[in-house]
Design a binder for this molecule. Structure first.
Ligand code: MG
Length: 393
């Protein structure tokens, strides 16, 4: 039993009965195993880089928009509220929330699409798998193991999706994708918190940036309902306050719906252990059918009006060019890589995988922040950077 075990439901992940780490370690003092995971994530280089990675908008477009870092913090906040209410393990939810986006490329989904296209003959690129790769292999800071050596439960939560082909390569952590099992409730909770966070903050950022308009949002039921409530209660409220009052209520109704629906699913299925949760036909954490429909309407609206907005699309095109140009240049001539990245590629070349050093190039590019990718592009391709000053490190 750990100090935390008494607060947990029988179906929660118990830190004192974790399936363990890849490299055995003594238990920490005064922290539980999942707290240690969370702390290792916060101290990782990949976590610090989230500050300068795009969510939807390119990082330097404005200081007020969400970045991957603030997004991850919002996911953690939502997941922890839900976890506490359902007596799930809050620290595990937090660890998964803070690490779920570590594998994202620069420039958000545009970057991921571009890098995946570049890697199509070399096993592809998927940010979710990359997040696991970051915590399992790429962070290099501990004397006794590669990566962060996180608990099975945290790694299970990071790996949200996985193809059958990749699941066979990944082994135990991906086993559920082969035998159609569910992840822990903490993993499910964090996954749905992710969605709740971005559906709402993208509305906020989109309105702030003028890509979507308040009048259009009023056609979306989830928004309109809360808008009417706020407007009635506070007539003539300042635009910014109005939007915040609506969005905080939208988050709240989604979270309440998620808690109520999941609680009733749990009561029906009566899981007595995490293994019972894993054996269910479908996830027990879920939104109600009505909320699922409302969410669908909002998502569709955001896809059409925000994610495909011409101003976002222009950035997408530039981002794709940067990623593709860098990838091709490094592939054709790996000596263009800085020494650490070059050595990483050469070490993989001697691996038995057929992706070899190409995977190392993807690791290097995926690890870049938006601004680093832009600077690196300038360094490699801009003839004005030919000055002698650039030869001095
Ligand atoms: Mg996310």
């Amino acid at each position: 039993m750990s100090a935390y075990s008494g607060h947990l439901a029988p179906y929660a992940c118990d830190d004192s009965r974790s399936q363990g780490r890849q490299y055995a370690e003594d238990s920490p003092n005064y922290r539980n195993e999942f707290q240690r995971d969370r702390d290792r994530i916060i101290h990782s280089a990949a976590f610090r880089r989230l500050e300068y990675k795009t969510q939807v908008f390119v990082n330097h477009e404005g200081d007020l928009f969400r970045t991957r870092l603030t997004h991850s913090l919002e996911v953690a906040q939502i997941a922890r509220s839900i976890a506490r209410e359902l007596k799930l393990h809050e620290d595990l939810c937090e660890a998964v929330a803070l690490s779920h986006d570590l594998g994202h490329t620069p420039f958000g989904h545009a970057g991921q699409t571009a890098l995946n296209a570049c890697m199509k003959d070399y096993g592809g690129f998927e940010h979710n798998l990359q997040s696991l790769r970051v915590v399992d292999k790429l962070e290099q800071k501990y004397a006794e193991f590669p990566g962060l050596n996180l608990c099975y439960e945290t790694r299970e939560g990071i790996l949200k999706h996985c193809s059958v082909k990749n699941a066979r390569l990944l082994g135990e952590v991906a086993q559920r994708f082969l035998n159609n099992q569910q992840p822990s409730l903490e993993a499910q909770c964090t996954d749905l918190s992710d969605e709740t966070a971005y559906n709402n903050h993208d509305v906020d950022d989109g309105l702030r940036y003028g890509l979507i308009q308040l009048d259009d949002m009023k056609n979306i039921e989830l928004f309109r309902k809360q808008y009417d409530i706020v407007n009635k209660k506070y007539p003539g409220l300042h635009h910014r306050k109005l939007i915040h009052e609506v969005i905080r209520r939208m988050i709240n109704v989604m979270v309440v719906d998620l808690i109520d629906t999941s609680r009733s699913n749990i009561e029906q299925a009566k899981p007595q252990s995490v293994d019972d949760v894993r054996k269910q036909d479908k996830p027990l954490m879920a939104f109600s059918p009505q909320m699922t429909e409302l969410k669908q309407e909002l998502k569709q609206f955001l896809r059409r009006n925000l994610y495909q907005h011409y101003r976002v699309h222009r950035m997408t095109l530039k981002a794709e060019n940067i990623i593709k140009s860098l990838f091709d240049a490094f592939l054709n001539d790996p000596r263009l890589l800085p020494p650490e990245a070059y050595q990483h590629c050469m070490a993989l070349e001697n691996d038995d995988s057929d992706e070899g050093r190409v995977r190392g190039i993807a690791d290097y590019i995926a690890g870049m922040t938006d601004r680093f990718a832009i600077i690196e592009y300038e360094r490699v391709f801009n003839p004005r950077q030919l000055s002698i000053a650039n030869l001095i490190p």
